[in-house]
Write a protein that binds this ligand. Structure first.
Ligand SMILES: Nc1ncnc2c1ncn2[C@@H]1O[C@H](COP(=O)(O)OP(=O)(O)O)[C@@H](O)[C@H]1O
Ligand SMILES: [Mg+2]
Length: 226
């Protein structure tokens, strides 16, 4: 494994102010090396999604340091963060977040189309990526016509299509039965091992975190020994 892609030092985050304030993260530090497959393991409400939102440049920490690929995130402008998010990070969610009215092919091509790629090229790239995840025969289907495992593979294809080096997955198997979840996790491990993708996955489930190489545990917003 190579250099640090993610370097978090002393990250804290509180939602709201005064009496209603909720402290979600306290002094969290962690590094993710290039090529690693890291699970963030913690109970519901421990601060996992808050941490993922900060790492995914969708929310800002109140204090601490965050370097993504050597860039000082706390000092970056919103426009730079938006660009980095598009270029570097692919997101995978528990509920897939596919757009119901679009075909699997169009859902997968969308990040490319949004970044300005022409339709023919985007379609070709999306169908190549869908082949990689084993969905070549589902290009014309709508998300509702897929099984849960197929929908999550489509979502993984959408995350992969931009060739971003980092995948962030928030409870990627949370909506799947055990066997289908294991298939998806096995596929993620293969992406890590053979395609060299750096993966950061959130889970509350120790069985799921067992698929990762490195486990980071959080409890009540603090990092604890794994
Ligand atoms: N937008 C928000 N406003 C207020 N409190 C929040 C918000 N998001 C999360 N929280 C609180 O922050 C804590 C951590 O939540 P979260 O990061 O979602 O944990 P997890 O993903 O581990 O379940 C919880 O106490 C939660 O209720
Ligand atoms: Mg969560």
């Amino acid at each position: 494994m190579g250099k640090s892609v993610i370097e978090l030092t002393g990250i804290s985050k509180t939602y709201g102010k005064g009496d209603g304030a909720v402290r979600a993260l306290t002094d969290v530090s962690m590094n993710v090396s290039e090529g690693d497959f890291v699970a963030i393991l913690g109970a519901s409400g421990s601060g996992k999604s808050t941490l993922m939102n900060i790492i995914g440049l969708m929310d800002a920490a109140d204090s601490g340091e965050y370097f993504l690929d050597g860039v000082d995130i706390m000092k970056s402008r919103d426009s730079a963060l938006t660009r980095m998010r598009g270029e570097k990070i692919g997101f995978i969610f528990q509920r897939y977040n596919l757009i119901p009215k679009y075909s699997v092919l169009y859902n997968t091509a969308l990040p490319l189309l949004l970044s300005g790629m022409g339709f023919a090229r985007a379609k070709k790239k999306a169908s190549d990526t869908l082949e990689r995840v084993g969905l070549s025969d589902k290009l014309r289907k709508k998300p509702a016509e897929l099984s849960g495992g197929q929908a999550q593979r489509a979502a993984i294809a959408r995350a992969l299509v931009t060739d971003c080096p980092l995948l962030l997955a928030d409870e990627p198997t949370g909506a799947l039965d055990k066997k289908t979840g294991e298939d998806v996790l096995g596929f993620m491990r293969e992406l890590n091992e053979t395609a060299g993708k750096t993966i950061l996955m959130i889970t509350h489930d120790m069985h799921v975190s067992g698929f990762a190489r490195t486990v980071v545990r959080i409890e009540d917003g603090r990092r604890v020994e794994a």
